[in-house]
Design a protein around this ligand. Structure first.
Ligand SMILES: [Zn+2]
Length: 373
């Protein structure tokens, strides 16, 4: 194992920031795993610590066959956001940018650079594309600290064969996002983790960190008929809710990750098994996700547990109004039928804020548009 320290831009005189990168094994294919890009999402930080222990043991035993690169905390900028006892962590305080947006590479530029050199040799094409991706990252400008952070992370990750980004939600069932062009690998990952809910997205539109890794390959596939051997598979894991930080869950998720790494040929004889499925497996397009937004100010009260099936029009929560002469409530009804997979734990709500998310039985959003969360 090697541990590298990647210096980041200093935020102010007298400060120093850096990333830590753990690397195991050696081999052509890279599996890249990071946690905490949204610095207020902590379950993944603990999962990675369990995983690092396992990987160190496997390396000692000679059971790592490719390269596994782990960034145990991907956002030192966000982790330093401590505002009167609250850890915001989701948006850069200088630019307002969501830490998990705005780092996409130009797929058109990639196509222009590599298309003339592509041949019928799929493995050689992969190498060509990965070299071009590394070059595009190295040319990225870094006007602000958040851009320098993204560049540093992408420098470690952009040529990966497998890229897994560990996040969590407010309060949620365990679920994952991956590109709808990679259902087979996505379902293998869901199976290994025991995550019942899979959200599949078209990565041609606005992308997050995961889609930054898959979009170039998808656009190339659209624009050329050249073969590729092993384009990057990327996924975002939503490790339940912000409060779901404990050793039992972290150990389970680390085992699931290891089982997937074994499935993908990065390790062997790890002893890790696919985890028991935490519900009935279901797949939805991201466009099928309906955000339920508040229409009032007040205190949110949920009536249905996570994982419930709701019918359109079903009363599943209340907003208790605080400024009436007598106690009053506004009923929150399901705008669509579907699976209630996300419930807000921010109980003081206001108009426009998201109260819940439902994976519905029909498309309710614009195709190709990334969830604006
Ligand atoms: Zn997140």
């Amino acid at each position: 194992m090697s541990v590298r320290r990647i210096p980041l831009t200093a935020p102010a005189p007298g400060h120093e920031r850096y990333l830590t990168v753990h690397e195991f094994g050696a081999g052509e294919h890279i599996a890249y795993i990071q946690a905490g890009l949204h610095a207020d999402e902590w379950p993944g930080l603990l999962v990675v610590q369990h995983l690092l222990q396992k990987l160190a043991e496997l390396e000692q035993a000679g059971k790592i066959h490719q390269t596994i690169r782990v960034v145990p905390y991907a956002n030192p900028l966000g982790m330093n956001q401590r505002v009167f006892g609250v850890f915001p962590g989701r948006y850069d305080l200088v630019t307002g940018q969501n830490f998990n947006r705005g780092m996409a590479l130009s797929a058109e530029e990639l196509v222009a650079r590599v298309t003339p050199q592509l041949t019928d040799d799929a493995a050689a094409n992969d190498q060509l594309v990965r070299a071009a991706l590394r070059a595009l990252v190295s040319e990225k400008t870094t006007e602000y600290e958040v851009h320098a952070l993204h560049k540093a992370l992408l420098t470690e990750s952009i040529d990966a064969t497998v890229m897994l980004d560990l996040h969590c939600d407010f309060g949620a069932m365990p679920y994952l996002f991956y590109g709808k062009h990679q259902v087979e690998q996505g379902q293998a990952l869901a199976h290994c983790l025991g995550f019942p809910l899979s959200l599949e997205e078209d990565v041609r539109g606005t992308v997050a960190f995961d889609g930054t890794h898959t979009q170039p390959w998808v656009v190339l596939g659209d624009k050329t008929s050249a073969p590729f051997a092993r384009p990057c598979f990327a996924a975002t894991l939503e490790l339940r809710g912000v409060q779901d930080v404990n050793d039992a869950l972290a150990k389970r998720d680390a085992e699931g990750l290891l089982a997937f790494l074994e499935h993908q040929g990065f390790v062997s004889d790890s002893g890790a098994e696919p985890q028991p499925m935490a519900g009935t497996p279901e797949r939805f397009d991201v466009e099928q996700v309906k955000l339920v937004q508040s229409t009032a100010n007040g205190i949110l009260v949920h009536h249905k547990p996570l994982g419930s099936r709701v019918r359109q029009g079903e009363h599943f929560a209340d907003i208790v109004l605080l400024d009436r002469e007598t106690p009053q409530r506004v009923a929150v009804e399901a705008p669509v039928s579907g699976l209630l997979f996300n419930l807000s734990h921010a109980y003081m709500v206001h108009p426009g804020v998201t109260l819940a998310m439902i994976a519905s039985d029909e498309a309710v959003g614009e195709p190709g548009a990334q969830l604006c969360m």
